[in-house]
Design a protein around this ligand. Structure first.
Ligand code: SAH
Ligand code: SF4
Length: 336
């Protein structure tokens, strides 16, 4: 069954006449975020019945919810086929941000990642990615201002649905979230980064680098054997030239693996001349044999980058007491 939640206004107009009905349906789905045609109270009863017969609507129901002491809220959402994905809502001074999933599982197999250890089940549809935003807003009674595609899955491995999600969520007749308030995080699928640069979007690209040389990156991120660091950073530079956006480089510090001053100097050399900002993240320990670097190692790493004129900050770690690293909650639930 086709899903109404995946359709842009011009596509809804092909299914629905007169045109203003299509506009109404789009607004119900993407401005108000309703989960059912029954909620579309300004549509005639017969139209609602025929829509419900012909089309589905994406929805997420809350399977589990955890609230951390800092207010970070983590949802485990159940999809229509009993699959589960996670989303995390974080409150900052500048607004409320949601981290959404793009796939059930992931096929990239990064060694330190909870999702990477689960294998791949399926892609999410564009409507299902958006449904996480709407369900969280309903649950929290609060608007979402920023979106990060940093939950379970590799967004660029689900390229078409991710792109469609971006078009839906930024649509002026829907949530109208600014491109500048959206970050897409990737492990480094080079051809898709190149394609994304041509889409006329202004979303921030976050690149999960996590290692300053190919030998080390090969050993923790299998994708590096296909697209090594030089190719990846060239694609990032190209993206930032095309979009005038600064690249966000993600670097999780893994104790004794990638966290020495020598690694920091090597990273600084790789990033020279690139419009970027490094986010240092003390690794989350997800039971895959990697430990977090000590706070002293994290600070020393940051200082070394700064001395080499590379912008870097240590990311405040929100939701520590609730397994806020994506993949962890699903792991716990499914192993019961
Ligand atoms: N697949 C995409 C987006 C989802 S992962 C990507 O890899 O970028 C979101 C972020 O969490 C990535 O930067 C990823 O490298 C990071 N991450 C995964 N496992 C982690 C862990 N155990 N500790 C810290 N960061 C982790
Ligand atoms: Fe997939 Fe990202 Fe985890 Fe790697 S870090 S396994 S790409 S979700």
């Amino acid at each position: 069954m086709q899903s109404l939640s995946d359709m842009l206004p011009h596509e809804l107009r092909e299914q629905l006449t007169p045109a203003y009905r299509a506009e109404q349906v789009f607004a119900w789905l993407h401005q108000k975020g309703v989960p059912s045609v029954d909620d579309m109270t300004n549509l005639p009863r017969e139209l609602r019945a025929s829509l419900a017969e012909k089309f589905s609507i994406a929805n997420c129901s809350v399977a589990r919810k955890q609230v951390a002491s800092d207010g970070t809220t983590k949802f485990l959402f159940r999809l229509h086929d009993e699959q589960h994905v996670e989303s995390v809502v974080m409150r900052y001074n500048h607004g409320t941000s949601i981290c959404v999933s793009t796939q059930v599982g992931c096929r990239m197999g990064c060694k330190f990642c909870a999702t990477g250890g689960q294998g791949f089940t399926r892609n999410l549809t564009a409507g299902e990615i958006a449904a996480q935003v709407y369900a969280a807003q309903r649950e929290l009674g609060q608007g979402i201002t920023h979106i990060v595609l940093m939950g379970m899955g590799e967004p660029l491995d689900n390229y078409n649905n991710t792109l469609r999600f971006l078009r839906l969520i930024t649509h002026p007749k829907g949530q109208n979230i600014s491109q500048r308030r959206i970050s897409l995080s990737t492990c480094g699928l080079v051809p898709q980064i190149e394609q994304l640069a041509t889409e006329g979007l202004g979303v921030t690209l976050s690149v999960s680098l996590h290692a300053p040389n190919d030998d080390l990156r090969d050993s923790i991120m299998p994708i590096n054997r296909k697209y090594p660091i030089a190719q990846l950073l060239a694609a990032c530079k190209h993206y930032s030239e095309k979009t005038s956006r600064r690249i966000s480089v993600e670097y999780a510090l893994l104790r004794g693996v990638n966290d020495t001053p020598a690694h920091a100097r090597e990273l600084a050399a790789q990033l020279q001349g690139m419009l970027c900002h490094v986010n240092l993240i003390p690794a989350n320990e997800v039971g895959r044999g990697y430990e977090a670097s000590s706070p002293e190692h994290v600070q020393r790493f940051a200082q070394t980058l700064l001395r080499h004129k590379i912008n870097a900050t240590v990311r405040r770690s929100l939701g520590k007491d609730i397994d806020a690293a994506c993949g962890q909650l699903r792991n716990r639930t499914e192993s019961r």
